[in-house]
Design a protein around this ligand. Structure first.
Ligand code: CP3
Length: 345
């Protein structure tokens, strides 16, 4: 059994206080990140430079000593590896050349994914040797649906109308895209685990735009496949899923995909998570990232409310979505301190 606090939330006796980390704990709110980021204009090149990616992964560990480090990379390295044109434009976020036809899907190059992502795997390998002994290394990938929405709409922040219509109109062709992404995601996560990732997280950031029926076919089924295949080879590596904004469908997700943990957003009632979700899996979440910007009593009270409701066992403290660039660093420090000092009553 591991003596790492993070892994003990998943198996073994409950740790004396819950483990914590922050989604997007590395990034632009840290001055030391902004400084290093100046060295490379292109964000993907930054992600594919192990010296830089290792260093920015370590930055938040020095500041807050979270129980986990998350590999610094991006979910959109997978479409990039498949041969899509992916660009990050300052102030606009990611932009992709949209897939429009069956031929565009046939052009995706699954066979080059493993080779293309070697720098990411090297980053993981180096991190596994460099992070403190008590810290757990998290690898990650975007889920097929969330990657598909970027590939079809060409950007985030939409409700995925084009992608959802395509999936309804031509489920067979759309299914081939999802299948390709399932395979690419398995390669991506398998190589991260082989290089030292101890936990993996699947980000389904856009799962909340789907109907119940499409949530089943585009989120639950592909996730179940990924989980089953990874569990065949790595039965002891915990898998956390993040079906963002999925509401009560989180429960179906936990029941049917086989994930070990579900990350919840701030919209999920804590009482519901405690009674309906924690029966089935570890719960991770769910402080509002805007409270981390606002700070003060409201932030502290909500942090304690979450801890008092869920903190005793099978829980990982985190945000409900990523740290945003305008977040004051001292607020993150304060929340880390509150979690570190909290004990179940
Ligand atoms: O510290 C960490 O959490 C690890 C690194 C990480 C990044 N992106 C770095 C990043 C992780 C885990 C991600 C995941 C990711 N990327 C998701 C899923 C989580 C979520 O937020 O829903 C998504 C949807 C993406 C796609 C993506 N990448 C977007 C929408 C953006 C632009 C948004 C923004 O904040 O500008 C990115 C770029 C990105 N990924 C940055 C970072 C630090 C900012 C780029 C920069 O520094 O120039």
């Amino acid at each position: 059994m591991s003596d790492k606090r993070f892994l003990r939330a998943f198996s073994g006796p409950a740790p004396e206080r819950p483990p914590f980390w922050f989604m997007r704990q590395a990034g632009r709110y840290l001055p030391e990140y902004r400084e290093l980021r100046k060295q490379t204009t292109d964000f993907l090149t930054f992600c594919y430079t192990p010296d830089l990616a290792v260093e920015v992964t370590l930055q938040p560990l020095r500041r807050f000593q979270p129980d986990a480090a998350i590999l610094f990379s991006d979910i959109l390295v997978v479409p990039d590896a498949l041969g899509c044109n992916v660009r990050f434009v300052e102030g606009q976020g990611p932009l992709l050349e949209p897939l429009k036809s069956e031929a565009d899907i046939s052009d995706l190059r699954l066979e080059q994914v493993e080779q293309h992502l070697q720098p990411v795997f090297e980053t993981v390998r180096r991190l596994a040797g460099e992070i403190p002994d008590e810290t757990t290394l998290i690898g990650f990938a975007g889920s097929p649906w969330t990657i598909a929405i970027y590939m079809i709409e060409g950007r985030g922040g939409t409700s995925g109308e084009t992608a959802r219509q395509w999936a309804y109109r031509d489920p067979q062709t759309f299914g081939r895209l999802i299948e390709t992404l399932v395979e690419a995601t398995i390669i991506h996560l398998r190589c991260q685990i082989e290089n030292g990732a101890e936990v993996v997280k699947l980000f389904d950031s856009w799962s909340g735009v789907l109907s119940e029926t499409q949530f089943q076919s585009l989120v639950i089924e592909p996730t179940r496949k990924i989980v089953r295949r990874l569990k065949d080879d790595f039965p002891h590596v915990p898998i956390i899923g993040f079906p963002r904004a999925a509401g009560v469908l989180c429960k179906h997700y936990a029941q049917e995909t086989g994930v070990d943990g579900v990350a919840i957003d701030p919209n999920i009632p804590l009482e519901w998570a405690r009674h309906e979700l924690r029966e089935m899996c570890v719960v991770q979440g769910n402080l509002d990232n805007q409270l981390l910007v606002a700070g003060g009593d409201a932030m502290e009270e909500e942090t304690l409310r979450i801890l008092n409701m869920l903190g005793s066992h099978r829980f990982v403290f985190n945000l409900g979505h990523g740290v945003v660039p305008q977040t004051p660093v001292e607020n993150v420090c304060r929340v880390a301190e509150l979690v570190r000092n909290w004990r179940p009553s």
